[in-house]
Design a protein around this ligand. Sequence first.
Ligand SMILES: Cc1ncc(COP(=O)(O)O)c(C=O)c1O
Length: 363
Amino acid sequence: MPGIDDLETPAVLVDLDVLERNVARMAESARRHGVRLRPHAKTHKVLEVGRMQLAAGATGLSLAKTGEAEAFASAGFVDIFLAYPIVGAQKARRLLALADRVRLRVGADSVEGAATLGEVFHAAGRRLDVLLKVDVGFGRVGVAPQAALAVSRALAEQPGLRLKGLFTHAGHGYLRETPGGVADVGRREGETLAALAEALRADGLPIEEVSVGSTPTARHAMAVAGVDECRPGNYVYHDASQVSLGTCGIEDCAMTVLATVISVPAADRAVLDAGSKTLSSDPLRPRPGGHGWLLERQSRIARLSEEHGVVAVAEGEAFRVGERVRVLPNHACVVSNLHDRVFAVRGERVEAEWRVAARGRVD
Ligand SMILES: Cc1ncc(COP(=O)(O)O)c(C=O)c1O
């Protein structure tokens, strides 16, 4: 069995002990709250990790892109929610083929967008299950809560569609600077959606599913009565942003990037063979602060270009050319999308090489 020392760099490592613990903990948390867990697999895009999540009790997976769903469906995954407003007849035809193979539901946040799917399903004598996306404060996609009733009524009347429920993603939790602030966002995420679901049911709409979820807000949102599904993604790996937000400790981070020091041009500067091609340029949240932390060091990656990670060497630390370091990235999900494979490690041993099967499936 090869060791970490045998790997070429840069290489993405996934610590199996930590991954298994993260998967088990979130599954247990969902069970305790009586909520279905539908992890967002965009974080890892790895079939083996998806199977691990299902084995721990997840009812299915969430994904964002049609191509990601196709990659998982081809590998035998049978229950997928595309938690993203899918639009267009070309996409609808792919969804139709997918719906033959998997229990499929998709997101919608407009009647116009959903109608482009409904027409194709209707013409085929089929109906597509949709969940309406509600914006609980993130300000990305989703209808405002005040508009949810009118849009739901219109969706429920569209041929070729079946309105199944509501979903939201409180991404604004990532900008809260205290754990209390994150908890507030999570509670409100759950309460807003549960109250809306009640109001829509009172209007006669068949709202069967109330789905919330992000990693920082999951434990707060899933504790709200009326929420029945949670879709955290990042929790499998965690990253420097989750540590900064107070979601977890460094010991709970499963993904690191193994890198080599390729240059030490000055005492206060060392350069790694991992730049934005490897680590992405995503900022640290909730406050920007460099491009990755070095494990067991105080030094941080201060600057990135595509193939270079420039480390600002902390007082009292030194680096030598050829030395290897492990970098905790700012955002694990985007790192997955940059790599064809990750190495599953236990301690210093490499136990498996996993293909990032749904990587780059952006369509
Ligand atoms: C719609 C949706 N649901 C769930 C998630 C999972 O959130 P997180 O990665 O914070 O766990 C995301 C992540 O971006 C998302 O966009």
